[in-house]
Design a protein around this ligand. Structure first.
Ligand SMILES: Cc1ncc(COP(=O)(O)O)c(C=O)c1O
Length: 426
């Protein structure tokens, strides 16, 4: 089934570290060799051996219209015919920044960068430059990319490989990162009070998406806002996943809690390398060239990437989120029904078009609550062999798109039900 993938992997392993350019793609936590992808269209993705899958990775959340959307493709072709990079400001950047401003409440001003990691890195420097303080509160199991200060207990890829922190980061670099459990409102109050003169920022995934999908308590998010207002520190919502995913205006619209800075990535680039820091004018104006906090980028605001992002946002009207919710509800009910019927402990955690299956009996509120299943590798390969692609890790969210239809739903529920049999006797 995977002959061509295997032979490509054998070549890749010799020249790309681990055969990949991002660790989770190496399939290490599920065993076996990674699948290599040749093409994707709509809800389907095809490996180099021509196997077809209903895709629930969706480029780790970057794709929401469906793969190779015709309008996005047209925008990309048009933009690239006029040149692929100028190193000067182009009209798409202004249009896209205005579109973001029209949807994301906190986004009074925008700075485009190339990746979520870069956005998170910039926001931290900005928060420190604005407050003249250095410490940050970060939540265990939240992931904000691979900038050193965030690489402690960061969920996602680190959790997949059972790493608490990355080697190569200095003690000094992570000494200012204060760790608190997600949804632990009392600890936030306690830790922030103890560090009130040094605290520059609280950074949070408003819906956690890198330890499976974990929903925030509303009081937790509201407390973060109150603490930041009281202590004069910057509240950063990392909406790299949730922005334009969980609602038209992101998690901040869904929960009615407005941060000072918002990080955007994935969907904002319509499948191209683009991300953004957006936020209150007063803070954003500290960025270079207006303010003293330096940040720059050769490819920042690239015309092709911003054109793709703009074409994507144009199609993501409010009514589209009802379509996603409708599919999500049927998917969630179907998976939960199978779990119940087969007597497997577990449930679906879902917000809109992002979801995960926890093999727990109790509700998951924080990283420590997650019960991982030793049978996950078997489960994963079983789902894949039944024509459905899910992330090769228990800690990553699954995502679907506007292209997923009832036929996909049927195939997905069947594949999940068959694969769940391997979890039955755990
Ligand atoms: C919430 C969150 N923030 C930041 C990042 C980093 O983004 P990138 O991979 O584009 O650097 C990710 C990546 O998955 C993410 O999920």
């Amino acid at each position: 089934m995977f002959t061509k993938s295997e032979s490509l992997y054998n070549r890749a392993e010799k020249i790309l570290v681990g055969g990949v350019n991002s660790p989770v793609r190496a399939f290490r936590s599920v065993g076996g060799k990674p699948i290599f992808i040749k093409k994707a269209k709509g809800s389907k993705i095809y490996d180099v051996d021509e196997n077809e899958y209903v895709d629930y990775v969706s480029s780790w959340g970057a794709i929401i219209l469906g793969h190779a959307d015709e309008d996005v493709l047209q925008a990309v072709v048009e933009a690239s015919h006029n040149g692929t990079s100028f190193g000067f400001t182009n009209p798409y950047e202004v249009d896209l920044a205005e579109a973001i401003n029209g949807r994301i409440k906190s986004a009074e001003m925008v700075r485009f960068v190339n990746s979520g990691t870069e956005a998170a890195m910039t926001s931290l420097r900005l928060a420190r430059g604005y407050t003249h303080r250095k410490k940050i509160i970060k939540f265990i199991g939240n992931y904000h990319g691979h900038y050193d200060p965030f690489l402690v207990k960061a969920g996602s890829g680190l959790a997949t490989y059972s790493l608490s922190a990355s080697e190569g980061t200095t003690d000094g670099c992570i000494a200012d990162t204060l760790l608190v459990e997600y949804n632990d409102t009392n600890s936030v109050i306690d830790v922030s009070e103890k560090n009130k003169n040094d605290l520059a920022a609280i950074i949070v995934e408003p819906v956690a998406g890198n330890m499976g999908v974990v929903k925030p308590d509303l009081t937790f998010l509201r407390t973060l806002r109150e603490v930041c207002d009281r202590l004069g520190c910057v509240l950063i919502f990392d909406e790299v996943i949730t922005g334009f995913r969980v609602s038209y205006g992101g998690a901040q619209e869904l929960y009615g809690v407005i941060p000072d800075l918002t990080l955007l990535g994935k969907i904002v680039g319509g499948g191209f390398p683009l991300a953004a820091v957006a936020g209150k004018k007063e803070i954003m104006k500290k960025l270079s060239p207006v303010g003293p906090v330096y940040q720059a980028g050769t490819l920042a605001g690239n015309p092709v990437a911003t054109a793709a992002g703009l074409a994507t946002l144009k199609k993501l009207t409010r009514d589209k989120y009802e379509i996603l919710e409708n599919y999500g509800q049927k998917l969630e009910n179907g998976i939960n029904d199978s779990l119940k019927q087969l007597g497997v402990n577990g449930f679906v955690n879902r917000i809109g078009s992002m979801f995960s299956v926890f093999f727990n009996t109790n509700i998951v509120k924080k990283y420590g609550d997650i019960k991982s299943s030793n049978k996950f590798p078997e489960f994963f390969w079983n789902v894949v062999q039944n024509g459905v692609l899910i992330p090769p890790s228990q800690y990553e969210s699954m995502f679907f798109t506007l292209s997923h239809n009832d036929e996909d739903l049927k195939r997905t529920l069947e594949a999940f039900r068959v694969a769940m049999n391997v979890l039955k006797h755990e």
